[in-house]
Design a protein around this ligand. Structure first.
Ligand SMILES: O=C(O)CCC(=O)C(=O)O
Length: 277
């Protein structure tokens, strides 16, 4: 099993664990925490970071809320799960895994008439992070399902092998046109989309360069998830444009270390050489 997920992750740029990995009480509590944040109730006494969606905004639009662990205790507990850290360490071989940013993603059910703003355009996360982290930094995302994710609920779609496409093109998270024509597919590769369907408490892990996006939720239930962005000891903050995405890195509540321990006092380690795919 361990060897299998490691092999699949490195071959495809992602792996999907369909069966629950996380404790069901922890997942249910985080799901309730999600509803509280969406209603503007913060049991920590602090709101999340400024976000594209705020309480009172269109309930039929994709709800994306930044750093929800700042606003809710149950979400804070879930992102600190050692199971996630162990999985990330298993596939990367890391000595240390730390959460460095979290996004709450609630995709409401909408009719398939093309007007709902709930799609996520094809993109590579690295496109958004390249001015925040040193080029070769080892960064990945654990996407945790807080509800069942089916073929019809707008599951994430991963493009198999795209993490190794040197310059595929960056993409746009907020694009409503899931158009693949702007991406360069190497001649010896093909575009193959894999839906990340899973049960509540299941999760996927994907590399910073893997192309992914998602369509509309045409089921009857909301698709609820947390995207937990992770770094390993082979990473180094380098916020050249001052976006401040790594500003919480020394705050153990916001950015818990979920595997291993602090690597050195400056918490900045040498990064691996740039990949050469
Ligand atoms: O939830 C989605 O559909 C997209 C999430 C995403 O882009 C990410 O986790 O990096």
């Amino acid at each position: 099993m361990t060897q299998d997920i490691r092999t699949r992750y490195h071959h495809n740029g992602f792996c999907i664990l369909k069966k629950p990995v996380l404790d069901s009480d922890c997942v249910s509590a985080a799901r309730q925490g999600m509803d509280m944040i969406r209603a503007g109730e913060y049991d920590t006494g602090t709101p999340p970071e400024p976000s594209p969606w705020n309480p009172g905004d269109d309930p039929k639009a994709l709800c994306k809320i930044e750093q929800p662990q700042q606003a809710n205790q149950a979400i804070r507990a879930l992102i600190g799960s050692s199971e996630i850290g162990k999985l990330a360490a298993t596939i990367t071989g890391a000595k240390m895994v730390q959460v460095w940013w979290v996004q709450l993603l609630y995709k409401p059910p909408t009719s398939d008439d093309g007007t709902a703003q709930t799609r996520v355009g094809w993109h590579q996360d690295w496109n958004y992070w390249r001015t925040t982290w040193a080029p070769s930094s080892e960064l990945l995302t654990a996407w945790v399902a807080l509800s069942e994710v089916t073929e019809t609920s707008g599951p994430m779609q991963f493009v198999a092998g795209s993490h190794a496409w040197k310059e595929a093109g960056g993409g746009d998270f907020f694009s409503q046109h899931i158009d693949r024509s702007s991406f360069s597919v190497p001649e010896d590769q093909s575009w193959r989309e894999i839906p990340a369907v899973m049960e509540a408490g299941g999760l996927s892990l994907h590399d910073k360069r893997t192309l992914h996006g998602s369509g509309q939720n045409t089921s009857d239930e909301p698709r609820c998830s947390l995207a937990i962005h992770l770094r390993t000891d082979k990473s180094r903050p380098a916020d050249s444009e001052g976006h401040g995405l790594t500003r919480f890195i020394d705050d153990a509540d916001m950015c818990p270390i979920i595997y291993g321990g602090r690597v050195d006092s400056a918490f900045v380690v040498a990064a691996t050489p740039e990949i050469s795919a």
